[in-house]
Design a protein around this ligand. Structure first.
Ligand SMILES: Cc1cc2nc3c(=O)[nH]c(=O)nc-3n(C[C@H](O)[C@H](O)[C@H](O)COP(=O)(O)OP(=O)(O)OC[C@H]3O[C@@H](n4cnc5c(N)ncnc54)[C@H](O)[C@@H]3O)c2cc1C
Length: 314
């Protein structure tokens, strides 16, 4: 492949809802572009059964099916795909250099859409019941627990937000926290402490997720000091101990916040480097939804196309 062939109008890093939506917009604007899919083609949604809140699917759709359709749509408009992970990025000059699978690609513009992953406790029983009671997203899965008891694990702002959101659906929310005070902001902590549906279990950790072939049926929690255990009859466990944005390849090149999220500046999908755009969960610690990722993917695709067109007209 010649240098000429390896030069793209845009390279999209990531093939979740953000990256693939950016690709649809780049393709429809007739921009030569490459989507480097990473080792989770389709992104986080491919790990979930039912998606009920993506517009256009009133009966719901499985995550893998939805992402297959989005990829098909991107391919229809001319996307090139590479199932590799980007190992190195050089953003010091344009065209930007992107290394993946032992090759170097050049990009006039870049769209960073590497997503984020939820942190879990790392227990075997937790992994066994992922998607069958264990979740890391109340907005995504809270609806399935109408009238049931659930647990939320954590004590920061995210855990408090998840617990408060779940009060719309669940009958009782057990908040399991390993310390004797919440790390969340005072206003959030006060709302949680005073909510009649939320029961806080202080100084407790998860000992075991319990269940059978049908899914999760309970949770054993433990006082780490005394070893005393207690069983809760909950059908859902929402782990809310943070997310890890996939921004390792950006370290030292773009500003990241204390949790590792990419910091945006100068526009809704803009980074401090002209021509480098970001979309989806990689820069979103607030919403973390497929439709919001797709929305910013659209914006990044349009912004990159316009930049290339403006430069071609110069
Ligand atoms: C179990 C589960 C259920 C969910 N349910 C819902 C739901 O019902 N509704 C909803 O709206 N949201 C749901 N979400 C959240 C939703 O999946 C995310 O908000 C959304 O996928 C974010 O899209 P994204 O494109 O930003 O990133 P992701 O979907 O995380 O995709 C990131 C992409 O980047 C790639 N990548 C990462 N690093 C590299 C690299 N170095 N080089 C190349 N590629 C790389 C990965 O392979 C992947 O393709 C759920 C999430 C989970 C985990």
């Amino acid at each position: 492949m010649s240098e000429e062939q390896k030069l793209y109008d845009a390279i999209v890093i990531g093939s979740g809802p953000a990256g693939l939506t950016a690709s649809i917009y780049l393709g429809r604007a007739n921009k030569k572009h490459l989507v480097i899919e990473g080792f989770e083609p389709g992104g986080q949604l491919t790990t979930t059964d039912v998606v009920e809140n993506f517009p256009g699917f009133p009966e719901g759709i499985t995550g893998p099916e939805l992402m297959e359709k989005v990829k098909e749509q991107a391919a229809k408009f001319g996307a090139e795909f590479l199932m590799e992970e980007v190992t190195t990025l050089d953003l010091s000059s344009r065209p930007f250099k992107v290394e993946a699978g032992g090759e170097t690609f050049l990009a006039k513009t870049l769209i960073l859409a590497m997503g984020a992953e939820a942190r879990y406790l790392g227990m075997e029983s937790e992994t066994r019941f992922k998607g069958k009671g264990v979740s890391a997203c109340a907005t995504c899965d809270g609806f399935f627990y109408r009238g049931k008891e659930v647990a939320v694990i954590g004590g920061g702002d995210t855990a408090c937000e998840e617990a408060l959101y779940l009060t719309n659906h669940a009958s009782v929310i057990h908040l399991i926290h390993r310390r004797d005070e919440l790390r969340a902001s005072k206003i959030m902590a006060d709302r949680v402490k005073s909510h009649p549906k939320i029961v806080i279990h202080w100084d407790r950790v998860v000992d075991e997720v319990l269940g059978d072939q049908t899914g999760m049926t309970g949770l054993r929690i433990k006082h780490p000091g005394t070893g005393e255990t207690e069983q809760l009859d909950v059908y859902g466990m929402f782990v809310a101990i943070g997310h890890k944005p996939k921004t390792d390849i950006l370290k030292g090149q773009l500003p990241l916040d204390e949790a590792g999220y990419l910091k945006l500046e100068g526009g809704p999908v803009h980074t401090g480097i002209p021509g480098v755009f970001a979309a989806g969960d990689v820069a979103d610690r607030v919403f973390r939804q497929a439709v919001s990722a797709a929305g910013t993917g659209c914006m990044a695709g349009i912004a990159a196309s316009r930049m290339v067109e403006a430069e071609e007209g110069e």
